[in-house]
Design a protein around this ligand. Structure first.
Ligand code: ACK
Length: 895
């Protein structure tokens, strides 16, 4: 077998990132697994033919748990037709099932000497049957599901980079009617390892709504909705027959009818309300000494909508029985108690230690109830990794490594183990060495050869995980150890680098020590302008065109050519004729503020013209104008990383301002400018601007004029403007960015916004918004300003997300329409309603079908929607969900 050498590297390098125990627990509550090879310890017993095709193998993952998988790699021979068929999979009543396969695929170009017949795809089929014991199925009887290609094929040199190369594909088959089915995989000459197969269907999980209980319901075939009757919970009776629809993706839609408390329970409503049941389906995602816990809300919310969660942490001895409360050094993000979303990140745990977390659900009547609070327990064991941090020395036959111990070991470290092998030779030969110290010189190596090293620590509690791989190459035979000119250069560069670093640190110290000086602290405001803004000779400015209007006069673009400098594009704000002295002062205050700043994300002041008229402020020119208009113009056109990059820039500018002690008070997308490189800069610094300049500003009851939708509650209520209130506004800017310039709180009135915020409502995640970003927004909108993140934390968080874009993949998935807690805004006509939910294209369909008033649409059914031509499932869902929230918010609908 010419290709056997490829096999181990196909799988071996992939498995550590995929452990069965993790994978098993990660399945959502509404998915029912029919088959999962990750949990099969014995033979899978699938049929493979011909015999020299697919081969079943058992491999160990990094935790020594055996896994079953299949592979084939007959790339050297043409005309391959290798079939692999599962056992009979009973469908358990489901009409539509999903098939999730995880596999790796070798890139043909990377296989030396393979003929052109090498393939990079395979085919997936199914065959429905009532017979669970078929031993033969004709190829022609199979129905093709799809041709599967890899998003990520890999080459031999890629194998170290294991996480990226595992492909996951999900396909579904609909309208199943027999007892079960067989799946088959056809290989036509590729090099594939089928790492796992999971077959599942979706159900709408048991739910209690409007005092009616709806049973677990299997979703329909072909994404049809299933109508379900609810039954009244104890102590309640039917008021109007309760019904709901179970949607194709396992969610409940459009509750109609309800139960009410029986007489005797009616007077005191709380008799029908109760504490929630326990949270469900907890999963843990472990990362060394941090863990993310996620869970599903309780099945029974107790008839209330105010369920929140608390997480209790206990550290347990090896026997798992003796547990003590965790130390206060353990951190919970966003917080430990009173979590409104079912997710928490716990950091600073000890490594290699057992922890037990109990997650408890409570609602507003929990404290009135004598029964203990309902909770669910999650047990985890943290790991510890040791990363080689530097190579100290190398020669032609030895390499000296050094590392640091794990951050928080679970005991005294007994020894470190160093494993190494020649790059690409792992399967043939690797060496393990041990030491008690933090360095090791590995000797007897080949000259000019690359080796891969990893280190792990052992305490009394056992071994931790291996740290990341580090590749190091020994010197070639004749390399000079001392007096090497390259080394001299390196030394010189390091010294120069050291000096630069020193200068940089000194500069940072100076910058971070600087604070902003308010122009009002000057007796003569003109002196502030003179101190902070450079006077520019008007003859060096060429005004080209008007680009907008400000409160004090026109804004133009043009060019500035200062002596011995390059000509640059500038924006020119001018003060209109007939101004008062106060207006002149206020106008120029912007320059004396802006002139104090020097940061890539703050609009740069070039100078002012005060000695002749018109008085002008000259700033750098930002080609793309203000951020809100820019985003609206390019709706949906940026990648999420580009959007996060914009937010990062704004946060960085705001960090600089807050470090300087400057509070902006009017941070909003309309006050951010964008240049041709998509760099965002904070602008609009005038003293009077919030009062005069901003069309969004409205008078508050205390007489101040404030941009309500962007402003923190304490600033609205008692003018407490701080960097923490700027952080609130920053959260709103994040929301504006992700929603491409949507108006915060849409057309709700300012009064409704203030009321809703006070009642705890927050803007829902915009469409396609990563969960982490919505969480960050919610953190910015903490009621208590001390609990909001600082701009420095925000910059760090965004940097991490940019470095790890996978973290942005999980979407918050809630649009305003699916979130029943979102206050519905007032709409008065069907057309207006359709516009607000972006379904304006169906106006004619509604009108033709006779739905001319909002009260008529409240009882529209799915079949009616289909009849009138709304056939896309996504649109049906959006419309029905919106009707549901109109029901829920009945008081807001003006019919
Ligand atoms: O959205 P815009 O094009 O960007 O319209 C407004 C207008 O002037 C009134 O403020 C634009 N503007 C303000 N400062 C600048 C600048 N430095 N570069 C480019 N456009 C600017 C702003």
């Amino acid at each position: 077998m010419a290709t056997l050498w490829i096999y181990p590297s196909l799988l071996f390098f992939l498995l550590p990132s995929l452990t069965p125990s993790q994978a098993l627990r990660n399945y959502p509550e509404n998915e029912v697994t029919l088959l999962d090879t990750m949990s099969a310890l014995g033979d899978l017993g699938w049929e493979a033919y011909p015999a020299e095709g697919w081969e079943e193998i058992s491999v160990m993952d990094e935790r020594n748990t055996p896994m079953r998988s299949y592979q084939v790699c007959n790339v050297m021979e043409a005309n391959q037709n290798n079939w692999l068929r599962t056992r009979h999979i009973p469908r358990d009543g489901a009409q539509r099932v999903y098939i999730e396969i995880k596999f790796t695929l070798r890139d043909c170009n990377s296989l030396p000497g393979v003929p052109g017949t090498c393939k990079e795809t395979f085919n997936m089929y199914y065959y429905e049957s009532n017979n669970p014991n078929l031993w033969f199925i004709k190829e022609s009887q199979y129905i093709k599901i799809d041709t599967i290609a890899a998003d990520e094929s890999f080459t031999q040199t890629d194998v170290g980079d294991r996480v990226m190369k595992l492909n996951t594909e999900v396909r579904d088959i609909s309208n199943l009617s027999k007892k079960g089915f067989y799946l088959a995989f056809q290989d036509v000459g590729a090099c594939i390892a089928l790492v796992s197969l999971r077959v599942f269907y979706k159900k709408c999980p048991l739910a209690v709504l409007n005092l009616a209980q709806f049973p677990d319901t299997v979703t329909g075939g072909d994404s049809a909705l299933v109508e379900v009757r609810g039954s009244c919970v104890n102590d309640s009776e039917e008021f109007e027959a309760p019904r709901m629809y179970c949607s194709g993706d396992g969610g409940w839609l459009v509750p109609i009818g309800r139960c009410v408390c029986k007489s005797g329970f009616e007077e005191n409503k709380d008799h029908c309300q109760r504490p929630p049941s326990a949270p469900e389906n907890p999963i843990s995602i472990l990362n060394d000494t941090s863990v993310t816990l996620e869970w599903s809300p309780p099945r029974d919310s107790g008839g209330r909508g105010d369920v929140i969660y608390s997480v209790h942490c206990r550290k347990c001895a090896g026997d798992g029985k003796t547990c003590t409360p965790c130390s206060t050094s353990v951190h919970f993000v966003p917080r430990q108690f009173g979590l409104s979303i079912p997710k928490v990140l716990i950091t600073d745990l000890l490594s290699n230690t057992n922890y037990s977390f109990s997650i408890e659900a409570v609602n507003g009547v929990s404290d009135l109830s004598p029964t203990p609070k309902q909770q669910v327990i999650v047990n985890i064991t943290t790991s510890q990794t040791v990363n080689v941090i530097l190579k100290e020395r190398k020669s032609k036959d030895s390499i000296t490594l050094a590392w640091q111990g794990p951050d928080r070991p679970n005991g005294v470290i007994v020894e470190y183990e160093v494993i190494y092998y020649e790059k690409n030779q792992r399967d043939q030969n690797y060496t393990v060495l041990k030491t008690k110290g933090h360095t090791m010189t590995v000797e007897g190596l080949k000259p000019g050869t690359t080796y891969v090293f990893r280190v792990r620590a052992r305490t009394d509690g056992g071994y931790g995980n291996y740290g990341g791989e580090i590749e190091l190459e020994t010197s070639h035979e004749d390399m000079l150890a001392i007096g090497d000119p390259n080394q001299a250069t390196i030394l010189a560069v390091s010294i120069a680098g050291g000096i630069v670093l020193l200068i940089f640190l000194v500069a940072c110290f100076v910058v971070s020590g600087r604070t902003y000086i308010h122009p009002h602290t000057y007796e003569d405001p003109n002196q502030a302008v003179r101190d902070f803004a450079k006077e520019i000779d008007a003859s060096t400015i060429r005004i080209e065109r008007v680009i907008g209007a400000g409160e004090f006069g026109e804004v133009c673009s043009g060019r500035l050519k200062l002596p011995s400098k390059r000509e640059i594009y500038v924006a020119i704000k001018s003060l209109k004729a007939g101004y008062s002295e106060k207006q002149r002062r206020d106008f120029l205050s912007e320059a004396s503020i802006m002139g104090q700043f020097d940061h890539p994300n703050i609009i740069r002041l070039e100078g002012v013209v005060t000695r002749c008229k018109p008085v002008m402020i000259i700033t750098e020119y930002m080609e793309n104008g203000s951020l809100d208009t820019f985003l609206k113009k390019h709706d949906g056109q940026f990648t999420i990383i580009q959007l996060v990059g914009m937010m990062r820039g704004i946060a960085s500018g705001m960090k600089y301002l807050s470090d300087m002690g400057y509070v902006h008070r009017d941070l909003a997308a309309r006050n951010i400018l964008v240049n041709s490189n998509l760099v965002c800069k904070v602008s609009d610094f005038g003293l009077s601007r919030v009062l005069e300049d901003d069309p969004e500003a409205a008078y508050t009851t205390r007489g101040g004029k404030i941009p309500i939708r962007w402003t923190a509650p304490e600033a609205i209520a008692y003018r407490k403007f701080t960097s923490a209130s700027d952080v609130w506004s920053y959260g709103i800017v994040m929301w504006e960015v992700i929603s491409y310039g949507e108006r915060p709180y849409w057309e709700m009135s300012n009064q409704d916004v203030i009321k809703a915020i006070d009642e705890g409502y927050r803007l829902p995640a915009p469409m396609d918004c990563p969960l982490v970003l919505h969480q960050l927004m919610l953190d910015c909108w903490e009621k208590s300003r001390g609990e909001r993140p600082k701009f420095g934390n925000i910059v760090n968080t965004l940097d991490k997300l940019i470095r790890n874009p996978n973290s942005l993949k999980e979407l918050a998935n809630s649009s305003v329409w699916e979130d029943p807690t979102t206050p519905e805004f007032s709409v008065t006509t069907v057309d207006e309603w359709l516009d607000t939910i972006n379904m304006g294209q169906y106006k004619d369909n509604f009108a033709t079908a006779g739905y001319v008033s909002l009260d008529a649409i409240l009882y529209i059914s799915l079949s009616e929607l289909s009849k009138m031509g709304v056939t896309l499932v996504g649109h049906q869902k959006k419309i029905l969900s919106s009707i549901q929230s109109l029901h829920a918010q009945g008081t807001h609908v003006q019919v």
